[in-house]
Design a protein around this ligand. Structure first.
Ligand code: 6PG
Length: 240
């Protein structure tokens, strides 16, 4: 069952998400000595990353024990304006004391299938082969109901053998690398961050409407063991 937390503004949502991140990091490091987190791309999480980069959070999070991944990436070099890695790097990673070897970026500059295969190997090698269970996967939701780079009408929605895949997204006229539902649903915690009135109708469809993941891919996120949370602001929750 999903937990839905509504916050008055996007700024309060960002602070709540930063606190959520810090709490899970402390719990994971206490439990098994490290915290693995897959970051979301897009624009919503940037404010959260900037808050996590402040001195206040430096005292809450032992960044030496944090390992950062990405739930999806565009097929662009790491310094490209569309790179999810670049966004997180500018907002947070360049500022915090995280060892370079703890930053596991998707090589968007490579050929699509090479990048996906390589990232699947990175994930496999990091986790023990029996349980590829990331401690926290942060996700956004597009106003078409997509999440990560799992878009409506694409094969990614029902991919159930790969953990990471490359696919050409007609709607965007571009390739994307993405975690698959299989990898997302194996996580210990999956948390959506959704902000803004433009997401409100879609958010209602996803949370309250019939299960139709082929057109609302965010619905495919149903962690088998882990906890699913939606951190949203009041504007996005308008129709809930
Ligand atoms: C991406 C993201 C994507 C994003 C949603 C929401 O690479 O773009 O992974 O899934 O989270 O599109 O984006 P906004 O936060 O910009 O609305």
């Amino acid at each position: 069952m999903a937990i839905i937390q509504t916050h008055p503004s996007s700024d309060e949502l960002a602070h709540a998400a930063a606190d959520h991140f810090a709490t899970l990091a402390q719990e994971a490091i206490h439990d098994h000595g490290k915290f693995s987190v897959a970051l979301a791309g897009g624009s919503t999480p940037r404010a959260t990353y900037e808050i996590l980069a402040t001195i206040e959070y430096a005292q809450k999070i032992n960044w030496e024990r944090v390992h950062v991944f990405w739930g999806d990436e565009r097929l662009v070099p790491p310094d490209h304006q569309d790179s999810n890695y670049r966004m997180a790097s500018e907002a947070m990673l360049k500022v915090i004391p995280i060892p370079n070897e703890n930053i596991h970026r998707i090589h968007g500059e490579a050929k699509p299938h090479d990048a996906a295969r390589e990232y699947a190997e990175t994930i496999r090698d990091f986790f023990n082969p029996h349980s590829t269970s990331i401690d926290l996967i942060l996700l956004g939701m597009g106003d078409d109901g997509h999440t990560a780079s799992i878009f409506p009408g694409t094969e990614a929605v029902f991919e159930d053998s790969l953990n990471v895949m490359a696919h050409y997204v007609e709607k965007l006229n571009s390739w994307r690398i993405t975690f698959t539902p299989r990898l997302i649903n194996a996580a210990q915690n999956v948390t959506f961050l959704v902000s803004g009135e433009r997401k409100a109708r879609r958010l209602r469809q996803v949370l309250v409407g019939p299960y139709q993941p082929e057109i609302l891919p965010s619905q495919v996120v149903r962690p088998s063991q882990g906890r699913l949370r939606w951190l949203v602001d009041e504007a996005a929750a308008l129709h809930l």
